[in-house]
Design a protein around this ligand. Structure first.
Ligand SMILES: [Zn+2]
Length: 225
C-alpha cells in the first residue's frame, strides 16, 4: 500500500509499505498510526511511519531516508534497523585474534538469551566456552593443534591448563555447559546464569593470562639481548 508523507515544506510523496505484518507474518493492510519526517540537511530527510496490524494488533515502525534528486523528487531508501548487540562483558582485545569464532558464538548466544531463547542460549554459551578454551590452549601448544581440536573439552582442560584458577572456572563452566546440552541435568541447582558467571570468570582469567604471556615474552626477549 501507499502512504503519503510530507517530506519537506514543498514536497509530498508516496512511500510503499508492504502488505504484511512483521510480527504475525499474515498478509494485512496495516493501519497508519502516525507518520512524519525530519529534515537532516537541505534535500535530506528521515521518514518514519508507525503502523499497526489489524490482526494481531502489534505496532511497528518503518523508516526511510529520503534524498532529493535534481527534479524535486525524493529517492527513498528503506532503512532496516538492526540493533548491534555489544558484549555484556568486557572481552580482552586479543580475543578477536585468538578466538574470533568463540566471540561470535558468545554474542549469538547473548542475542538468543535477550530474545528469551534460554534453552538455545545455554548450548551456545557451552559452545563458546569450547572455542575459548581450545583456541587458548592451541595458542600455547601449537604442536598439538590437531590433537587438541579432536579432544573432549574436559580432557583438554585437565591436560593443558596448569593455572588452578583458570582450570577451576573452566571445569565449572563445562559441568553446567554439559547440562545445557543434554536431557538429564546432573547439577539441577545450577542454570544458564551460573554458566555465564563461570564463563565470565574464565574470560577474565584468560585476559590476565594473555597479558602475562605477553609480558613474559618481553622479559625473555630482553634476557637474551
Ligand atoms: Zn500481525
Amino acid at each position: 500500500m501507499f502512504v503519503e508523507i510530507q517530506i519537506s515544506n514543498y514536497a509530498r510523496q508516496d512511500v510503499v509499505i508492504e502488505n504484511s505484518c512483521p510480527n504475525c507474518r499474515k498478509p494485512i493492510i496495516p493501519d497508519v498510526v502516525s507518520k512524519g519526517s525530519s529534515e537532516k540537511s537541505v534535500g535530506k530527510s528521515n521518514i518514519f511511519i508507525t503502523l499497526q496490524c489489524p490482526g494481531c494488533e502489534h505496532f511497528w515502525v518503518e523508516e526511510f531516508s529520503a534524498t532529493l534528486d535534481g527534479t524535486n523528487h525524493y529517492n527513498l531508501t528503506h532503512v532496516e534497523v538492526k540493533p548491534e548487540l555489544p558484549s555484556d562483558i568486557p572481552m580482552p582485545e586479543d580475543i578477536d585474534i585468538i578466538s574470533p569464532i568463540g566471540k561470535d558464538i558468545y554474542l549469538q548466544a547473548l542475542k538468543a538469551e535477550n530474545e528469551k531463547l534460554n534453552h538455545i542460549a545455554g548450548i551456545g554459551y557451552r559452545k563458546a566456552l569450547e572455542f575459548f578454551v581450545k583456541d587458548f590452549v592451541i595458542l600455547t601448544n601449537m604442536d598439538d593443534k590437531a590433537k587438541i581440536e579432536r579432544m573432549q573439552l574436559k580432557q583438554v582442560i585437565d591436560t593443558y591448563i596448569d593455572d588452578e584458577e583458570l582450570k577451576t572456572v573452566a571445569l565449572a563452566s563445562t559441568y553446567i555447559g554439559n547440562d545445557e546440552g543434554h536431557y538429564f541435568r546432573k547439577n539441577p541447582d545450577k542454570d544458564i546464569y551460573d554458566l555465564k558467571n563461570y564463563l565470565h570468570g574464565f574470560i577474565f582469567y584468560l585476559g590476565k593470562k594473555l597479558t602475562f604471556l605477553d609480558a613474559q615474552e618481553l622479559v625473555n626477549r630482553s634476557k637474551k639481548s
